[in-house]
Design a protein around this ligand. Structure first.
Ligand code: ACO
Length: 323
């Protein structure tokens, strides 16, 4: 059986850091409120003129370097983003051009904060079916461009960044001892789109629009849906949740991470949290957290890693990987 093994991870955060205290000078909020309700201490905001693809290319170069794979070997680039450079062409094609990849294909996946998990499902299936051998999966966002900076209930939560992985086909024996992606579970429920959305778009207002959210409702659904997808992924692989070494969640809010861990009886020391450093970077947050835990040596070869996310749509899902 063909498995998709992660050969390298990379991440990039723009240089410009905005602390809670700095934000509180412009918006009616406080460092204390933001930290207590979300765990966020700061976010990185792309400079004027800095595009989603700029962040994506940096993260991609780092992932390629870590994997020892040349961009010319890539068969496919999948970019998960909800903040593309332009309505079209796909940001993935901008990344393709800048990396100097002149073969294969590149396209975007849009599942908001769950984009990286959806992208993982796409990349893994391309590899498992033999349509691609080497895939670059990027999650990249400039969420700052979608924020209403007068709305304190949303603008304090988000930030910009990018993370990437290179996946490569490898032979496995089809058991859960194989290295690589063991499974990916993805779900959506379009009936709940009104709880988290952007109030604009090409076919409605003709403008980009601003992010709108019913925070309390999103919170409630997040813990329930994320927990269910973790259990579904673990069950399908025949692995008890307690045997998973590291949980690498979408970094939306520390309270969502804590609530999910509590609900499933997960030791919070096994949950990788980077939300304090960069806030909610949507599709970029899972690979940003993954890159952190790989770089600091927490994630080791052979361990079981569970990636999960939930976002607008609603969309949600989980991916179980043996490192
Ligand atoms: N600073 C100060 N006060 C604020 C701020 C702020 N930035 N924002 C809201 N408040 C006030 C409210 O006006 C309210 O005041 P009131 O009691 O006088 O009416 C009070 O704080 C409490 O507001 P709530 O909305 O009840 O606060 P809550 O505890 O629900 O926390 C939060 C809000 C942080 C948004 C929370 O609901 C949440 O994290 N939800 C999940 C949303 C999320 O993470 N979305 C990201 C995308 S989806 C995903 O990635 C999972």
């Amino acid at each position: 059986m063909i498995r998709s093994v992660i050969a390298g991870v990379g991440a990039y955060l723009p240089d410009n850091v905005v602390t809670n205290a700095e934000l509180a000078k412009k918006v009616d909020t406080s460092d204390e409120w933001i930290r207590e309700r979300t765990g966020i201490r700061q976010r990185h905001i792309a400079k004027e003129g800095e595009r989603t693809s700029d962040l994506a290319v940096e993260a991609s170069r780092r992932a390629l370097l870590a994997s020892g794979i040349d961009a010319g070997e890539l068969d496919l680039i999948v970019c998960a983003t909800t903040t593309p450079d332009q309505t079209f062409p796909a940001t993935a094609t901008a990344i393709q051009a800048r990396l100097g990849m002149i073969r294969g294909a590149a396209f975007d996946v849009q599942a908001v904060c769950s984009g990286f998990i959806y992208g993982m499902a796409v990349a893994d299936n391309f590899i498992k079916t033999g349509m691609a051998k080497t895939v670059l999966l990027v999650g990249a966002e400039t969420m700052s461009r979608l924020l209403d900076w007068n709305d304190r209930t949303t603008c304090v939560l988000f930030g910009d960044g990018a993370g990437a992985v290179v996946l490569q086909a490898a032979e496995g024996d089809g058991t859960n001892h194989d290295r690589g992606v063991l499974n990916t579970k993805i779900y959506s429920d379009g009936r709940l789109s009104h709880l988290l959305y952007v109030d604009g778009g090409p076919s409605t207002t003709g403008t980009t629009g601003h992010l709108r959210m019913e925070g309390k409702e999103v919170f409630r659904h997040a813990v329930t849906n994320i927990s269910a997808s973790i259990v579904a992924s673990a069950n399908e692989a025949g692995i008890p949740v307690s045997e998973i070494d590291w949980f690498v969640p979408h970094q939306a809010n520390q309270r969502i991470l804590d609530g999910t861990a509590r609900k499933l009886g997960i030791d919070s020391a096994k949950v990788v949290s980077t939300v304090a450093q960069h806030g909610n970077t949507s599709a970029a947050s899972v690979p940003l957290a993954l890159a952190t835990a790989v770089a600091d040596g927490r994630i080791k070869k052979g361990q079981l890693i569970l990636l999960e996310a939930m976002g607008g749509g609603f969309t949600w899902g989980a991916s179980l990987i043996r490192w």
